[in-house]
Design a protein around this ligand. Structure first.
Ligand code: AMP
Length: 301
């Protein structure tokens, strides 16, 4: 089934206690697509500037990502984000966010992207997410991500977008901030009242939880010890999850969503084992399947 993602396409500069990189291919839509394309053809929607070249397109196309809806803005600069990680790599500070070509971006989806049956609204301004949501009329399952910045500065727009999706994926802390509720289960239930029928709480190294009106499912993270740099872990989690759903003909029953979370978890574990999403560039499906099988064995009780 076809899958479309809108989100940032970025250059990232990251500092960790053990090394730094000043120009990594990043952005929510890129991390997502490098994972989701393992399971289903993925179209990326978003703008780039003159600094985005053949090398970057090649990374995406080598994975089979469809880039026809990547819009080149002549004279523009690609979105730029810089962050610094602490020794406890779950903590980071954002040093810089330059929206650049995203400032004036107005998504115009190609017919193929508009026909998507599975849609992911990656982290970007909520008005842009909503615009894309409204263009995709044939869609059967829509999920979205967001972040503390938009909860702070675009709260009402964010609520309008959340009302239009089936599944909301946020970090624990973002769910608590969004709903002004310090208990995660209550926070997730309050988020369900905003419209989605599924809420997925990302909990970093502790795993993730899926909350629906009548159910709760928790999944551990894959126990990797080789953490290099975690930027994009949440997006590659979403990519594995949504890619799996698209690969299963858009089936979103409880059992499929649980398995989809395991695929997201496996993709995120590879993502954190290198800078940016570089571990995903050459990954094959069998390596992902092997980690999902290990997760199934770990979580059996
Ligand atoms: P994550 O580590 O899952 O939070 O995702 C990090 C990615 O999100 C990086 O590749 C950034 O380029 C991108 N990013 C950071 N801030 C923003 C923002 N305000 N809007 C859109 N994308 C962002």
């Amino acid at each position: 089934m076809t899958l479309t993602v809108v989100g940032s396409i970025a250059f990232d500069a990251v500092e960790t206690p053990s090394g730094s990189r000043d120009r990594l291919l990043g952005g929510s839509a890129v991390h997502f697509a490098l994972a989701s394309s393992q399971f289903a053809p993925t179209r990326v929607v978003g703008p780039v500037g003159d600094d985005f070249g053949e090398q970057e397109y090649a990374i995406l196309r080598n994975r089979g990502v469809l880039t026809d809806d990547v819009e080149h803005v002549p004279g523009g600069k690609t979105f730029f984000w810089a962050g610094r990680y602490h020794r406890d790599i779950n903590h980071r500070d954002t040093l810089q966010t330059d929206l650049n070509v995203f400032e004036d971006f107005q998504p115009k989806l190609s017919p193929a992207s508009r026909d998507a049956e599975v849609l992911f609204l990656g982290n970007i301004q909520p008005d842009l997410q909503r615009d894309v949501r409204e263009q995709c009329r044939a869609v059967k399952f829509v999920a979205m991500d967001s972040m503390n910045l938009w909860i702070d500065i675009a709260h009402d727009a964010l609520l309008e977008t959340i009302a239009l999706v089936d599944c909301l994926l946020l970090n624990d802390s973002e769910l608590k901030q969004l709903t002004d509720e310090p208990n995660i289960v209550r926070a997730a239930r309050k988020a369900l009242e905003l419209g989605p029928r599924v809420v997925i709480a990302k909990q970093g190294e502790y795993g993730s939880a899926m909350i629906t009106r009548d159910g709760y499912f928790g999944l551990t993270a894959y126990p990797t010890t080789d953490i290099v740099e975690p930027t994009g872990a949440g997006d590659s989690f979403a990519g594995g999850l949504m890619g799996y759903v698209a690969g299963e003909d858009g089936n979103t029953d409880d059992a499929t969503l649980r398995r989809a979370m395991a695929y997201g978890t496996a993709c995120a574990s590879f993502n954190v084992e290198g800078f940016g999403s570089e571990r995903l560039y050459e990954l094959d499906r069998a390596e992902i399947d092997a980690r999902v099988a290990e997760l199934e064995a770990i979580s059996r009780f």
